[in-house]
Structures are given as structure tokens and as C-alpha cells.
Design a protein around this ligand. Structure first.
Ligand code: DQA
Length: 145
């Protein structure tokens, strides 16, 4: 069974109450439950990790080497700032899909640039909580190709 690490970056622990017009009113716990159901159908195993700290996110990515077959990551604001997270993803070289709840390309200009997307298989954004489902499906499709 394929093992996938699901990483959520800063402020995503506040989902449900944080700017629901942009991010929906589901909590991260709700999203996890929904994703877990999908993972069972796709015969994959998930581990979840959320941190508000760049260093902790990097440590987790580094520790994923030889432990996980894939990474699904919403780096949140670090998407637009973190060369260090990009380098960590590049270093472990695990197939990764970047996801965002909102369509970052339709928002402020500083959100249009992703440092991390270039070291991912691809990026999915704009589908709210379903971005997580589509991201997981994309990773599994990638494994089966
Ligand atoms: C986000 C988009 C980012 O620009 C923002 O900083 C977030 C959430 C999203 O899922 O839409 O924290 O990654």
C-alpha cells in the first residue's frame, strides 16, 4: 500500500474560522476525515502533519525520505516565500503535489508566485476542500502510470 504524507503549513490549523469566504467553513479535522475516506477507496495510507513553523515543516519533509511514496502539501503562505521548503522537497525527491484551497492566481499578485510548485509534479488550486481530494487522486494516478 502506498504511503502519502499530507502536510499543511501555517494558519491552516485555523480552518473553519479563518476567512471562511476564502477558505470555506470546514475545519482541518473535517478535511482530514474526508481525505481519509478517499484514501481508503484508493487503497493508500495517509499521515497528517501541520505546523506553523518553517523549520518544523522542513524537518518533516527531510524525515519523509524512504518513509513515504508521495507528499501532498499545502505550504500556505510559505508557498510564496520559502526557498528552504522548496529545497527540502527537491532534496528528498519524493513525488509531490502542491494544493491550495483558494485560486492563488486570482488573488493578490504576491500569491501568484509559488517557490514550491516547480519541484512538484503539479499544482491544484481553487477547488476549496476538494483541492485535497483532486491532489490525492493526482498522486495516485501518477503512481499507477
Ligand atoms: C493557501 C493560499 C495561500 O496564499 C495562503 O497564504 C494560505 C492558504 C490556500 O490554501 O488557498 O494560507 O495556501
Amino acid at each position: 500500500m502506498k504511503k502519502i504524507l499530507v502536510i499543511n503549513g501555517p494558519n491552516l490549523n485555523l480552518l473553519g474560522t479563518r476567512e471562511p469566504d476564502k477558505y470555506g467553513d470546514d475545519t482541518l479535522e473535517n478535511i482530514k476525515t474526508m481525505l481519509q475516506e478517499k484514501a481508503q477507496k484508493l487503497d493508500t495510507e495517509l499521515e497528517f502533519f501541520q505546523s506553523n513553523s518553517e523549520g518544523e515543516l522542513i524537518d518533516k519533509i527531510q524525515s519523509a525520505k524512504n518513509q513515504f511514496d508521495g507528499i501532498l502539501i499545502n505550504p500556505a503562505a510559505y508557498t510564496h516565500t520559502s526557498v528552504a521548503i522548496r529545497d527540502a522537497l527537491s532534496a528528498v525527491n519524493i513525488p509531490t503535489v502542491e494544493i491550495h484551497l483558494s485560486n492563488i492566481h486570482a488573488r493578490e499578485e504576491f500569491r501568484h508566485k509559488s517557490y514550491t510548485a516547480a519541484v512538484c509534479i503539479g499544482q491544484i488550486c481553487g477547488f476549496g476542500k476538494y483541492s485535497y481530494i483532486y491532489g490525492l487522486t493526482a498522486l495516485v494516478t501518477h503512481f499507477n502510470q
